[in-house]
Design a protein around this ligand. Structure first.
Ligand SMILES: C=C1C[C@]23C[C@@]1(O)CC[C@H]2[C@@]12CC[C@H](O)[C@@](C)(C(=O)O1)[C@H]2[C@@H]3C(=O)O
Ligand SMILES: O=C(O)CCC(=O)C(=O)O
Ligand SMILES: [Fe+2]
Length: 349
């Protein structure tokens, strides 16, 4: 079902409805809708997801309490290299945004160690994170099983098994964006260190344009707008926030697994002029040494494999060696000549 969003128009954005999928609907219709949304937008909102509100509000409150602390306190959390507390710097290659964040690996040992540097009550914080991660992981698995069914993949667990493994490399992130007026920051003591507002606009970028490298991302945010997704024709669609629901994003690895039938969604977050936005993302990824290649079902003589096989560790290394907005998938594409060659091989008598 495509529900029209409110008709908001800003420069270079487009007023379009984003897909809203009711997870309580009949399964055969549900899997069709999930596949369609992944093909058309690489993005959709899920309603009737069954995640208890209390699990979301507990981690939401822990996050809000952390970001409300003085900067000197927040800096006691280990710096995000890549895991820990980050402010304005995104990744290792000079990307900057108007935000602060906590980035955590979802391994329980890593969480319990990291939480000791984040708060005086690490047990409470880590319980809230672990409970949230648990429900987010289940939701991702459910969606990946619907995708596998919808694509008629013989084993409906072949995608969800990628992230169920105990060695999985999934991440959890909480982003906190200050509200910013056109002249610069109103509510933030670190504004002086950030990018200068030459075009009256650069301060509005909270998290610059990119796709997520992983398989699937589950995003929750408070009721403050900011998230925008890019359509295939390059226009930006503002996503109306909804703190009762989740948003799902196709990541680069799902694009590879489906041999390009799904495309990872390019997205960004802009700061709000009035309110502070907080978002939480679960980035679902396989274990580092697992091989990624298009699923056999998605490869035919007419649709030869578009990507060379690689491990998740190799892909991550590529992502971390590039800038946020760079197109890392290009590095793993099969050359066109090779594709034609394999097409002829498949057709030779
Ligand atoms: C600039 C970068 C930050 C990032 C790693 C990268 O080199 C390129 C991908 C970025 C991204 C985007 C989605 C997630 O927020 C993230 C955690 C991820 O896995 O890839 C970030 C990385 C990061 O902030 O460390
Ligand atoms: O904060 C948001 O709404 C989006 C953040 C995001 O895309 C990311 O952290 O990868
Ligand atoms: Fe993202």
């Amino acid at each position: 079902m495509v529900v029209p969003s409110p008709m908001i128009r800003t420069k270079k954005t487009k007023a379009v409805g984003i897909p809203v999928i009711d997870l309580s609907m009949e399964r055969s219709e549900l899997r069709e809708q999930v596949v369609k949304a992944c093909e058309e937008y690489g993005f959709f909102k899920v309603v009737n997801h069954g995640v208890p509100r209390e699990v979301i509000s507990r981690i939401g409150e822990e996050g809000a309490q952390f970001f409300a602390k003085p900067t000197s306190e927040k800096r006691k959390a280990s710096p995000a290299t890549p895991f820990g507390y980050g402010c304005r710097n995104i990744g290792p290659n000079g990307d900057m945004g108007n935000l602060e964040y906590l980035l955590l690996h979802t391994n329980p040992v890593s969480i319990s160690e990291r939480c000791k540097t984040i708060t005086n009550d690490p047990t409470k914080f880590s319980c809230a994170v672990n409970d949230y991660i648990g429900v987010a992981k289940e939701l991702v698995c459910e969606i990946l099983e619907l995708v596998a069914e919808g694509l008629c993949v013989p084993n409906k667990f072949s995608l969800s098994n990628l992230i169920r493994d105990a060695e999985g490399d999934s991440l959890f992130r909480i982003n906190h964006y200050p509200h910013v007026n056109h002249k610069g920051n109103k509510n933030w003591d670190l504004s002086k260190d950030g990018p200068k507002d030459n075009d009256n606009n650069s301060n509005n970028i909270g998290f610059g344009e990119h796709s997520d490298p992983q398989i699937l991302t589950i995003l929750w945010s408070n009721n403050v707008s900011g998230l925008q997704i890019s359509t295939h024709d390059g226009l930006w669609i503002p996503v109306p926030p909804d703190s009762n629901e989740f948003f799902i994003m196709v990541g680069d690895i799902l694009q590879v697994l489906t041999n390009g039938r799904f495309r990872s969604v390019r997205h960004r977050a802009v700061t709000n002029t009035i309110n502070t936005r907080m978002s939480m993302m679960y980035f679902a990824a396989p274990p580092q040494n697992w091989w990624i290649a298009p699923m056999p079902k998605m490869v035919t003589p007419q649709n030869p494999s578009l990507y060379k096989p690689f491990t998740w560790a190799q892909y991550k290394q590529a992502a971390y060696s590039l800038r946020l907005g760079d197109s890392r998938l290009d590095l793993f594409k099969v050359q066109q000549q090779q594709q034609q060659h394999s097409h002829h091989e498949n057709h030779s008598p």
